[in-house]
Design a binder for this molecule. Structure first.
Ligand SMILES: C[S@@+](CC[C@H](N)C(=O)[O-])C[C@H]1O[C@@H](n2cnc3c(N)ncnc32)[C@H](O)[C@@H]1O
Length: 234
């Protein structure tokens, strides 16, 4: 790692975090006591995870900002990841999922912070994040941590709102219904922060209901594929 990069990371680590932990926990304060319907996610995940479900077969997967861990439940019920770890900051969001994790060998749920995960370097084949990055206003730190826990050749698949679309920007960030950490994460910012960690980043804009709509100001979502060099491709 270059001296410059070491300095930047040392500074980031030393800086007080702008992330409001209490605010996020208060925003998502409802205990989730039952697993909500999740079958629709099978089609949904195909929209932002290239090659789903084959690209996740036999892979060790981390989901950051996993919420109710619905993607993990679906994947472990229908398909065969090697193991799926759903990491979520707010423990009460994982109540119902933790019961399912007792029944599904391939699923673990864990309360923890995506900025500082408890995993060893180069642990995972794949990291996913659905609607996670726009709740994490320090993308350099997330990108750094994702890079650290991914093995060489590993990949991050994400989906975020497309904040270039003014209607989406208004809807997601409308006052009164946002966590204090929500922010407009533009594709350019994702490319910059993940690119700085050595990822090769591709961002595709799409609209779930009208897949042919891809215009910068009309598409609803951004699908992120950030791949590390090295290893065999996943
Ligand atoms: C918009 S929700 C998305 C939830 C889930 N991925 C889904 O697809 O429904 C964002 C989630 O990120 C979680 N989160 C926010 N900051 C986090 C952090 N620093 N570490 C782990 N999870 C975090 C929130 O608690 C929330 O559950």
């Amino acid at each position: 790692m270059s001296a410059d990069r070491t300095e930047v990371l040392a500074r980031l680590a030393a800086e007080p975090s702008t992330f409001d932990y209490e605010g996020e926990k208060n925003f998502f304060n409802e205990a989730v006591s039952q697993v909500h319907p999740y079958e629709w996610l099978d089609d949904d995940m195909r929209l932002w995870i290239p090659g789903f479900p084959e690209s996740l077969e036999d892979k060790l997967i981390l989901d950051i900002g996993a919420g109710e861990a619905l993607q993990g439940i679906l994947l472990c019920e229908r398909y065969s990841p090697k193991h799926f770890v759903a990491l979520e900051l707010v423990p009460q969001r994982l109540f119902a999922a933790s019961k399912r994790a007792n029944e599904l060998d391939a699923l673990s749920v864990l309360a923890g912070d995506a900025y500082r995960t408890p995993f060893a370097d180069a642990t995972f084949d794949v990291v996913i994040g659905n609607g996670a990055l726009h709740h994490m206003p320090e993308p350099e730190k997330v990108a750094h941590e994702v890079r650290r826990v991914l093995r060489p050749g590993g990949v991050f698949f994400g989906r975020e709102p497309n904040f270039h679309n003014p209607a989406i920007r208004r809807r997601v960030l409308r006052s009164g219904d946002v966590s204090p950490n929500e922010w407009a994460v533009y594709p350019e910012e994702i490319k910059r922060s993940f690119g700085a960690e050595g990822f090769d980043v591709t961002i595709r804009l799409f609209w779930r209901r009208f897949p042919w709509v891809r215009g910068k100001h009309f598409a609803v979502s951004q699908a992120i594929e950030a791949r590390l060099p090295g290893g065999s491709s996943s």
